[in-house]
Ligand binder design. Sequence first.
Ligand code: ATP
Ligand code: MG
Length: 424
Amino acid sequence: MTSGVRPVRGMNDVLPAEIGLWQHLEGALRELVALYGYQEIRVPIVEHTDLFKRSIGEFTDIVEKEMYTFADQGGDSLTLRPEATAGIARAAISNGMLRGQKHKLWCMGPMFRHERPQKGRYRQFHQFDVEALGFDGPDVDVELIVMMARLWRTLGLGRVSLQLNSLGTPQSRALYRERLVQYFRGHEAVLDEDSRRRLGGNPLRILDSKNPDMQALIAGAPLIVDHLDAGSLAHFETLQAALRAAGVGFTVNPRLVRGLDYYSRTVFEWITDALGSQDAVCSGGRYDGLITQLGGEATPAIGFAMGIERVVELLRLAQVVPVAHTPDAYIVAQGERATAAGLALAERLRDQLPRWRIAFGHGGGNFKAQFRRADRSGARLALVLGESELERGVIAIKNLRGETRQIECPMAEVGTRLEAEFKE
Ligand code: ATP
Ligand code: MG
């Protein structure tokens, strides 16, 4: 293949044969957000690079090595969004949406990270993202979590479980950070290169290391829960009590820190045992300081992002069968005159029967070839129009599934007969 027709590594086409599960999931997500009163927001795919540096944090995998950054013709440094929260926070500020107002928002779309592509990890991937701006919780923290618990139930996905932690406030975290630096300094020889670098910049990120050689050291590190301020502790306990009351199971994972710097207090991750090492399907947390940090009015907020590709894969593994949007009737016409009459009939039927999906068998060929295409389309019925039907002013309606049944009816009556005798 020449490079002109090669897809970009890690960026996938979603083909018609696969789209059913995507649409099934997207439909469930739209119903879910409507149920909870969240409104859609659409933000650009490209933002100023600085926005992501200032929000996600300089010492994160995303900013250090995963961003698609380029200079545009005017010399501005722009970046393809690696996640949605920063753009939504920016939109709230630049559109004057804050000033004491509250917003429950969601969005869905492609994100870009230059990672090593593997199953469940791509360079263009899609997220469903929910953000509640202006709420200090923990009631809204509970809402976001029960909302997703409902999604897993609705979709019939059982192999998803919740991990929870609290990162406290920036003040309590500063104290914890000191303790952590002390601990890791005492074991500097064991630190890998990444961790050594992070020790100076952002030592909490070391806890998120995926290096197996680092896990024993990380397991012995001081725990953030033991360093929470009273307010964060109360927030965390109320959240846990409410989840218990709602019947949502969870595990407190004291080493869950998340890969972005803007979180405070609640962080959570829905993980699965069905996808191997790409086990996070939905992650999020509270980011009370982010909007101020970006120059907006102090606004407490919480949000999460769900990885669409990973959930589509869970649906596939759970053998969820999406509703297929196959035609109800497929028009098979042979000959030039029949084709013209058939096209006119198709439009008439689409007007007359707006709930019926009418497909037309373009591409010619003999009846046999056309019936093969009609069958492959998944249509229930074939409407057959050849020279002889045309001469008699009739059309044949043929059942393609189940009992074979064929009738002939005058052209002018097709719509009424379909509705009366062939409705699904
Ligand atoms: P991971 O630990 O798997 O790298 P993350 O902590 O980087 O995930 P977030 O930035 O919180 O993930 O993104 C939210 C969700 O988006 C993840 O839980 C995951 O389902 C999905 N996701 C993240 N990166 C990718 C990717 N490169 N390809 C596909 N899905 C992804
Ligand atoms: Mg990641």
